[in-house]
Design a protein around this ligand. Sequence first.
Ligand SMILES: [Cu+2]
Length: 141
Amino acid sequence: MKKTPAIIIGAVVVVIALVAVVAASSSSNKNDPSTMSEGMSSSSMSDSTSSTSSADAVATDKVMISNYMFTPGDIKVKVGTTVTWTNGDSVKHNVASDDDKMPEGKLIGKDETYTYTFTKAGTYKYHCTPHSYMHGSVTVE
Ligand SMILES: [Cu+2]
């Protein structure tokens, strides 16, 4: 009589273990298609952004800041060009290098301008200090 409960407990433990394994494998099966599609969509997104960053750069030395965006976001200029940013927003913005390749610009108010002369070839990525989601780049050729 004393051995029976041990066997029952053992059987219950085995059943719980099997249920856990089945649950784990079924949940991982459910995750697989979603992770695959996420991986595909993110890789196609990164492909498009990497190809647009320099290929779609606009040849201009003037950038408007409006609606919390640099427009055009990606520009290209020749070495020695002075680029002028004009703020059209009532909120103050600036032009700050992502990697210290150029100085951090002062905050400028509405209708004020900021200028910087690019003397070396390269790609200068920048953002706005108070709004770090605002991004732009200058490709100097
Ligand atoms: Cu800003």
